[in-house]
Design a protein around this ligand. Structure first.
Ligand code: PEP
Length: 256
């Protein structure tokens, strides 16, 4: 897998237009040059994605969307086309976030269709998987991850120039919509191994090493980020709440 450490900010719908623009300007100033070996991606709300992409256009920071629709054009009221995401300067798309699964009944089949169209449009899907608290307590953790990931990816051809990020985000670890419990690094490492084994089953060693990166997300802040990024099978982090404050986010990037 790639040696770069990837840090993804998920702003959800926490910020309005003015605040999104201000935070993007602060990032542009504070991170004129990214530390060596770090890759930073910011995912604003749909409304402000283009604005943020324009502000960050001449920096090394890339932008991503928090979802997209599986059709490119057509009569699909209220959805967001992958073609428009691409046109607005977006390189990454988060898919299957647990908040979408919870509030919008997003299924693995939907994630599958979205992953396919994102890849076809030359963007990188960030596929979120992770068990909820009851599944963990009921020893269903591996099963939950295996099901989410295999149903999301099975049947999708991955070529050597495709990039896919898999984010292990146990629902019970997410600070706002989940339980906010920080997992022990050993547990994250265990789940990353489960994910890697599924990917190996689906795609084999060469494609997995070339195309896939596994990251962790859930209550990451500047004090704990290194506990996860130092794990040999974790390539980075997905950060929610702690990405909304410039000093804290810069500290996360430095400590990752
Ligand atoms: C998330 O929702 O993807 C997330 C990681 O949030 P937080 O960092 O706030 O737990």
């Amino acid at each position: 897998m790639s040696e770069e450490t990837i840090i993804i900010a998920n702003w959800k719908i926490a910020l309005g237009g003015k605040e999104s623009g201000e935070l993007a300007e602060q990032l542009k100033k504070g991170l004129r040059r990214l530390p060596d070996g770090k890759e930073v991606i910011v995912c604003p709300s749909f409304m402000w994605l283009q604005k943020v992409s324009e502000i960050l256009a001449k920096t090394d920071i890339k932008t991503g969307a928090q979802d997209c629709f599986w059709e490119e054009r057509g009569a699909y009221t209220g959805n967001v086309s992958p073609l428009d995401l691409k046109e607005s300067g977006c390189h990454y798309v988060i898919l299957g976030h647990s908040e979408r699964r919870k509030y919008l009944s997003e299924t693995n089949l939907m994630v599958h269709q979205k992953a396919r169209v994102v890849l076809n449009n030359g963007m990188t899907p960030i596929i979120c998987v992770g068990e909820d608290f009851d599944q963990r307590q009921g020893s269903q953790k591996d099963y939950a991850i295996i099901r989410q990931l295999s149903e999301s990816l099975e049947g999708i051809n991955v070529a050597t120039d495709n990039k896919i990020i898999v984010a292990y985000e146990p629902v019970w670890a997410i600070s706002t919509s989940g339980g906010g419990i920080k997992p022990e690094p050993e547990e994250v490492s265990y789940s990353a191994d489960v994910i890697r084994h599924i990917l190996l089953d689906l795609y084999g060693n060469e494609i997995v090493n070339t195309c896939f990166r596994i990251i962790y997300g859930g209550s990451v802040n500047s004090s704990c980020v290194a506990d996860y990024t130092k794990l040999p099978n974790i390539c980075g982090v997905l950060v929610g709440s702690a990405s909304l404050k410039i000093e804290e986010f810069v500290e996360i990037i430095n400590n990752a």
